[in-house]
Design a binder for this molecule. Structure first.
Ligand SMILES: [Mg+2]
Length: 313
């Protein structure tokens, strides 16, 4: 990256993130300016505004790259706004879960931001779509859709992991595992009581390796369906997933594909990247290699232990 190539567009969502992350963003701006880069800073007013800002940067001839400081929601909108552009993007993760940033191996430190920027390791990133909504990481139907709905209802600004405790507890005791039907490339692969997770990254919330072999740049969606009728069944699936042996279970269907359709007779909730998703029926597709993204050198997905530890840091 060279200051002569043009200015850097920095899109910041100020409502996301803890103060230590905001300090990282401030220090990183100072670092860029000391290196002679011109930085154009825009603060987002809404998620759709983040997408507009990215779309504007995508067509500016004198913009060399786009950096986004925010959580998964803001990052998703910036990816959508940059789709098809050859301008590289970089992340300064400031969210609660940071699903995509954790998958790419980002940390929230200044050192990590600088080494990522300087190493210039670029990877293509796929963008997923469910009906008319875009997402970069993971979506789900049923159990986790219900949790996200409850978290969203009580949400006032920035959320922490603690905000998930009661919604998880409540959903665990009230969820009755309605029947879901799933089609892959127009063929029905499942029609039973279960939980459906799909997306493009290997690690779910808290680093759970649900879509264990997902690759964010292979142009394929990963799909994991847990046949699940009861709470003990759900606990068993959770344990097997933590131990990374869920794909061997006869009650798990795991597929890689390009098109998924999901429907149910029950009004099940959906979620995309931790935000409420569209109503069923759902049609999920993928836009291969939608953007180019800077990844930390030798970056690999952050595991469960590390993520749980971070909650208490
Ligand atoms: Mg993939």
């Amino acid at each position: 990256m060279n200051p002569q190539n043009g200015y850097i567009s920095l899109i910041i969502n100020t409502s996301a993130g803890a103060s230590c992350e905001k300090l990282t963003v401030k220090k990183f701006i100072e670092y860029l300016q000391q290196k002679g880069f011109k930085v154009k800073i825009d603060y987002t007013e809404s998620l759709s505004h983040a997408q507009e800002l990215a779309a504007q940067s995508a067509v500016k001839y004198d913009c060399s790259m786009v950096i986004v400081a925010g959580g998964d929601g803001t990052i998703r909108e910036v990816v959508h706004g940059l789709e098809g552009s050859d301008k590289p993007m970089m992340l300064l993760p400031c969210g609660t879960e940071n699903l995509l940033a954790n998958e790419l191996g980002y940390k929230t430190t200044l050192k990590n931001a600088i080494s990522t920027f300087e190493a210039e390791v670029l990877r293509p990133l796929d963008l997923c779509k469910a009906n008319d909504k875009f997402f970069t990481s993971v979506g789900g139907v049923g159990f986790d859709g219900e949790i996200v709905k409850l978290v969203d209802m009580q949400r006032k600004g920035n959320i922490t992991h603690l905000h998930y405790f009661w919604p998880i507890w409540q959903t665990f005791w009230s969820y009755d595992f309605p029947k879901i039907t799933v089609e892959v490339e127009n063929e029905t692969v499942f029609s039973d009581c279960g939980i459906v997770i799909f997306g493009s990254i290997s690690r779910y919330a808290l680093g759970l390796p649900i879509l264990q072999i997902a690759d964010y740049s292979d142009g394929l969606l990963d799909l994991c369906i847990y046949r699940c009728h009861s709470k003990p069944h759900l606990l068993k699936h959770s344990l097997m997933t933590t131990l990374k042996s869920h794909r061997k279970s006869k009650n798990v269907i795991y597929k890689q594909c390009k098109r998924i359709k999901i429907y149910s007779d029950s009004p099940l909730k959906t979620e995309l990247d931790g935000d409420p998703g569209p109503e069923l029926p759902l049609e999920v597709t993928i836009i291969p290699q939608a953007v180019k993204i800077l990844v930390p050198p030798q970056g690999k997905p952050v595991g469960m232990r590390r993520r749980i530890f971070r909650i208490f840091e």
